[in-house]
Design a protein around this ligand. Structure first.
Ligand SMILES: Nc1ncnc2c1ncn2[C@@H]1O[C@H](COP(=O)(O)OP(=O)(O)OP(=O)(O)O)[C@@H](O)[C@H]1O
Ligand SMILES: [Mg+2]
Length: 271
């Protein structure tokens, strides 16, 4: 079922910069999509159209069958949660606890459920000890995690993470990958904007490649990540395991998905 639909979308920022140029994109309910592309390609501008923060100049964006021009931002916000690329643009409460509970309160959740969700969300993201601190006092990586905790606490139908791995250490990245897998397995629609191709490769999402406001590649991870020429044009590096695969004279049937798979193949095949 089509859940998100961009039709001939053009968007021009106030400065006159065309950030989206004739974008056509359809995302099904339950899909896991990674968006990659050079700085300034239009990735953030694109995802901001999904929760109605931005409206197209030409063309249309539909979410769950409704044109974002005809739906209130409040009702779209309930459906689509975006964790911003820059947490300083998102965080506004005077305590970590209030930051996570704000949307829950706004959406009319019961107080007991709010308490429960805030506690579990902060615990999960390792932020419990900062419950009463100001978000401004958190480290960069912690701020980023707080934006994720706030979004996931209210369980939106579409979860959009804009550069979620920036500033995250290895343990947190692993956790993030786990969350993405789990949400995807429960049928959540997820969009992850990221320059971190190694992180995306672990998740094997559908990959959409952007360049200068246009979509220049779209398909399964294996397909898109093998298209070196298209990726180079969009200034995206291929994941290491794709580069390894391409440099082998005798290759496995398809690129290897993780290091364990790669090492057992190499051990088996090494003569
Ligand atoms: N608020 C804004 N006002 C004016 N121009 C903007 C604004 N936000 C983005 N742009 C411009 O629109 C284009 C697309 O920006 P966008 O932030 O969507 O790119 P991006 O692909 O997310 O890049 P990055 O990888 O650096 O996050 C860029 O040329 C950028 O300079
Ligand atoms: Mg961006």
């Amino acid at each position: 079922m089509t859940f998100i639909e961009f039709k001939d979308v053009k968007f021009v920022h106030q400065t006159g910069v065309t950030a989206l140029d004739d974008v056509n994109l359809t995302i099904e309910k339950g899909e896991l999509v990674g968006i990659v592309g050079e700085n300034g390609a239009g990735k953030t501008t694109l995802v901001r159209h999904i929760n109605g923060l931005l409206k197209p100049v030409n063309g249309s964006v539909k979410v769950d069958g409704q044109d974002t021009r005809n739906v209130s931002t409040a009702s779209l916000a309930r459906k689509v949660g975006i964790a911003f690329q820059n947490p300083d643009h998102q965080l506004f409460s005077d305590s970590v606890e209030k930051e996570v509970s704000f949307a829950l309160r706004n959406f009319g959740f019961d107080q007991s459920l709010i308490d429960q969700r805030v506690t579990s969300s902060l615990e999960f993201f390792g932020l419990s000890s900062y419950r009463n601190s100001s978000p401004l006092t958190l480290s960069g990586g912690e701020k980023k995690r707080l934006t994720l905790a706030s979004i996931l606490a209210w369980d939106p139908e579409v979860v959009i993470l804009d550069e979620p791995t920036v500033g995250q250490d290895a343990v947190q990245k692993e956790k993030l990958a786990g969350i993405a897998r789990e949400l995807h397995s429960t049928g959540k629609t997820m969009i992850i904007v990221s320059h971190d191709v190694e992180f995306l490769w672990l998740l094997q999402p559908r990959i959409v490649v952007m360049r200068q406001g246009k979509i220049v590649g779209d398909g399964p991870s294996i397909e898109t990540m093998l298209d070196g020429e298209m990726l180079a044009g969009a200034r995206v590096t291929q994941p290491q395991l794709i580069r390894l695969y391409e440099s082998l004279s005798q290759r496995p049937a398809k690129p290897l998905l993780d290091v364990q798979e790669a090492s057992s193949w190499l051990e088996r095949e090494a003569v």
